[in-house]
Design a protein around this ligand. Structure first.
Ligand SMILES: [Ca+2]
Length: 215
């Protein structure tokens, strides 16, 4: 298993492209004629710096719709989010890189779909597995929200709305980039999050069973 995961990590690292485009995405969720992508940059010093997922939809969809769809469909992706009258805000995002669950230092009990609404914000929890990634912040930092356009990833600019207020545009990019100490930076160029079929081949049983056990 260790060697398999190392191979997977190498495959992820080597798939980084100079000009990342929609055709580079391998993990897609949702159905419809429109396409957008979600890029998550932990700014945690680990590689790959950021990962990207694709989202398809018809009609009207928001950044929140894409975020919820991606988090709840990728078994390796987890998030703590908060719900307000104006919509949701991201508190923490984690990635179970080694596919055996995402235990945190604060004992968080993740729900089956990986998207937790804890009710109050938290700071400072860390991933217990050495290879996993998790960053959260509310008073110590925050998940900045960025937007870009173009079938090839263009220049990022800070969103002027939250995830719930953002209406997705066909062929656009949403970025979440953690701002430690409230010092924001645009998402670094991503690599494609591994597609479900790859995950199933490499990790399927352990990941799916573990998620089921952890509820
Ligand atoms: Ca793990």
């Amino acid at each position: 298993m260790t060697r398999t995961l190392t191979t997977l990590a190498l495959a992820i690292a080597c798939s980084a492209a100079q000009a990342f485009s929609f055709s580079d995405l391998t993990f897609w969720t949702g159905t419809g004629a429109n396409r957008a992508a979600l890029v998550i940059d932990w700014n945690d010093g680990a590689e790959p710096k950021s990962l990207a997922w694709g989202f398809r939809w018809d009609g009207v969809a928001t950044g929140e719709d894409m975020f919820r769809a991606v988090v709840t469909s990728d078994p390796l992706l987890f998030s703590k989010a908060l719900s307000f009258s104006f919509g949701i805000a991201v508190n923490g995002i984690g990635y179970d890189t080694d596919g055996d669950g995402l235990p945190l230092s604060d004992g968080t009990a993740w729900p089956p779909n990986g998207l937790l609404f804890p009710g109050s914000p938290s700071d400072g929890a860390t991933a217990l597995d050495a290879g996993d990634r998790y960053v959260e912040g509310w008073n110590t930092g925050f998940w900045g929200y960025w937007l870009a356009s173009g079938s090839t990833l263009g220049t990022w600019s800070e969103a002027q709305v939250g995830l719930s207020g953002r209406q997705l545009v066909d062929g656009s990019w949403d970025g979440l980039s953690f701002a430690q100490g409230f010092v924001g930076s645009a998402p670094d160029d991503p690599v494609a999050a591994p597609e479900p079929a790859t995950l199933l081949a490499l990790l399927a049983v352990p990941v799916l069973l573990r998620r089921r056990r952890r509820r």
